[in-house]
Design a protein around this ligand. Structure first.
Ligand code: SAH
Ligand code: SF4
Ligand code: F3S
Length: 448
C-alpha cells in the first residue's frame, strides 16, 4: 500500500467526490474507494463542483443504469473545463464491458483513470501514475484466484454495514451481465469475515448484511454458508441479514440456522424471476416453480413470521402473456412482502440479447403494470396485519419530508415511520403500529 503514502505526499488540501450506482456489493466497493481516498489525504465532498478528484463507481445491470452513468460522466467534461486540475475516474461493472471501455477511450477523453470492479485496490497506484506521468491510465486486470483483504473502508453509516462474503458469480443466467463483469466466484476466508464482524460490533454497529451475488454458494456451496451464518451469529452482533440467495443453491440447513438464531433476521430475499417453468429454463435459473414453492413452504413451516421478498423480470424474450400470468399466480401463492420488478433489458454479449420477443414493448409495459397492481394489493393486505402490534425497529434516520418523523426498519425489513428526534438514530425502539400503507407503516415509539 505504499502508493497511498506516495499520493499523500503529492496532494494537499484536495477534495474527492465518489458516486456509486447499483447493488449493495457495489456500495461496499464505493465505501472502500472512499476509504482509500481518505487514506491518501483527500477530504470527501458531496458536491461534484468543488471536487479535485471525481469517481463514478458504475453499474451495468440494465440499459437505463448505463444511460444514466454516461449522462453523469458527460457533466464532468464541463466541470473539467472550469477546473482543469480535476481528475475524473470511472470504476465498477460498466468498465468490465469491452464496448464501454472502447467508448471511454475514444469518445469520453476527459476520463483520466479507469479501473474495474475487481481491482479497486489499484486506485492509489493508478492515481499516482496519472499524477506523475500526466497520462490517461486504464487498468481492469485482476487475478481471479485472489481476494484482497484489509482495504481501508469509510462506511456510510455508523450502525449498519455490508460485509461481503463472496465475489463474482458462476451462474450465467441468460439475461445477466454480472458473471461477465464480476468474474468467477471466490469466497473470503471465514476468519477474515468474522474479524470484520467482530470489529464492527466493537465499534457499535448493530446490523450487518452478508453480501454476495449468490451467498449460498459460499465456499462452493453445500452447508458452508449455514456454518458461516452460525459463526457470524455467535459474534453476538444484534441483527444479521444476507443477500442474495439463489433458490437452486439454498441449503435447508440455512433455513434451520435462521430459525434457531434470534439475531438472524427472519427475512429472506429469494429472487424467483418468473413463475413459469419454460421461462425459468430459458433464463437458465435451474429450478422449477414447484421446487421454488417447496422451499417457501419449508421456510414458512420453520418461521411462520418470515418476510419474503423477490426479484421479477417482466418481458423476458419469448415470454407470452399466458406465461406471464403464471408469475401473477405465483405472487398470489407466495404472498411476498415486497417485490423488485424490472422490464427485461438486453445486455451485450449475454445469450438473451439474441433471443426473439413475442410481445411488443407496449404489451410488456401493460403486463408490468398488472404485476405492480397485484403486488400493491398483496403488500397492502399484509401490512394491515401489522396494525396494533409492536415491532422492534432499528431507527435509520430522519424522514426526508418531516424533521420530526424518524424512519427505521423491522426485523422483516418493513419501513416504519414514527415521531422522534435525532437521538433515536442508530438505536432500537419498540414501535406500536397505528396506521398502515402499501409501502410503509406508521407508528408510535413506546420504549427504547
Ligand atoms: N445475484 C442476484 C441478482 C443480482 S441482479 C440474483 O441472482 O438474484 C438483481 C436483479 O436484477 C436480478 O434478480 C434480476 O431480477 C434483475 N436483472 C438482472 N439482469 C437483468 C436484465 N438484463 N434485465 C432486467 N432485469 C435484470
Ligand atoms: Fe446474475 Fe444469475 Fe448471477 Fe444473479 S445468479 S448475478 S441473476 S447470473
Ligand atoms: Fe450492478 Fe454490478 Fe451490482 S452490474 S447490480 S453494480 S454487481
Amino acid at each position: 500500500m505504499s502508493y497511498i503514502s506516495a499520493v499523500k505526499r503529492l496532494i494537499h488540501n484536495k477534495k474527492a467526490y465518489v458516486r456509486t450506482f447499483g447493488c449493495q456489493l457495489n456500495e461496499n466497493d464505493g465505501e472502500k474507494l472512499q476509504g482509500l481516498l481518505s487514506a491518501m489525504g483527500y477530504s470527501l465532498t458531496e458536491d461534484p463542483e468543488e471536487a479535485d478528484f471525481a469517481l463514478l463507481n458504475t453499474c451495468a445491470i440494465r440499459e437505463n443504469a448505463e444511460k444514466k452513468t454516461f449522462g453523469a460522466i458527460g457533466v464532468f467534461k464541463h466541470y473539467k473545463e472550469k477546473n482543469p486540475g480535476l481528475v475524473v475516474a470511472m470504476s465498477g461493472c460498466m468498465t468490465g464491458e469491452p464496448h464501454v471501455l472502447e467508448r471511454l477511450k475514444t469518445v469520453y477523453r476527459h476520463v483520466d483513470i479507469v479501473f474495474g470492479a475487481n481491482n479497486i485496490e489499484a486506485l492509489p497506484r493508478l492515481l499516482f501514475q496519472h499524477l506523475t506521468e500526466n497520462r490517461r491510465v486504464f487498468d481492469t486486470d485482476y487475478d481471479e484466484t485472489v481476494v484482497t483483504e484489509n482495504i481501508p473502508t469509510l462506511h456510510a453509516s455508523s450502525f449498519k454495514a455490508g460485509v461481503p462474503v463472496m465475489y463474482g458469480c458462476n451462474n450465467f443466467c441468460t439475461y445477466c451481465i454480472v458473471p461477465y463483469v464480476r468474474g468467477r466466484e471466490r469466497s473470503r476466508n471465514t476468519e477474515d469475515i468474522l474479524k470484520e464482524v467482530r470489529s464492527l460490533r466493537e465499534s457499535g454497529y448493530k446490523e450487518i448484511m452478508l453480501l454476495g451475488q449468490n451467498v449460498n454458494s459460499y465456499m462452493g456451496g453445500g452447508e458452508a454458508f449455514a456454518a458461516l451464518l452460525e459463526k457470524v451469529s455467535d459474534t453476538g452482533i444484534e441483527r444479521i441479514r444476507f443477500m442474495t440467495s439463489h433458490p437452486k443453491d439454498l441449503n435447508p440447513q440455512v433455513l434451520r440456522v435462521m430459525a434457531e438464531r434470534d439475531n438472524i433476521c427472519k427475512c429472506l430475499h429469494l429472487p424467483v424471476q418468473s413463475g413459469n417453468n419454460r421461462v425459468l429454463a430459458s433464463m437458465n435459473r435451474r429450478y422449477t416453480r414447484e421446487k421454488y414453492l417447496s422451499i417457501v413452504e419449508y421456510a414458512r413451516e420453520l418461521m411462520p413470521d418470515l418476510s419474503i421478498t423477490t426479484d421479477i423480470i417482466v418481458g423476458f424474450p419469448g415470454e407470452t402473456t399466458a406465461e406471464f400470468e403464471d408469475t401473477l399466480s405465483l405472487l398470489e401463492t407466495v404472498r411476498y412482502d415486497a417485490i423488485f420488478s424490472f422490464i427485461f433489458s438486453p445486455r451485450k454479449g449475454t445469450p438473451a440479447e439474441k433471443m426473439k420477443d413475442v410481445l411488443t414493448e407496449k404489451e410488456k409495459k401493460a403486463n408490468f403494470e398488472r404485476l405492480l397492481e397485484v403486488q400493491n394489493r398483496i403488500s397492502g393486505e399484509i401490512n394491515k396485519t401489522y396494525l396494533g402490534k409492536v415491532y422492534r425497529v432499528l431507527c435509520e434516520g430522519t424522514s426526508k419530508t418531516d424533521p420530526f418523523m424518524m424512519t427505521g426498519r423491522t426485523e422483516g425489513g418493513k419501513i416504519v415511520n414514527f415521531k422522534g428526534d435525532a437521538s433515536f438514530v442508530g438505536q432500537f425502539a419498540d414501535v406500536k403500529i397505528t396506521e398502515t400503507k402499501t409501502w410503509n407503516l406508521q407508528g408510535e415509539a413506546i420504549c427504547r
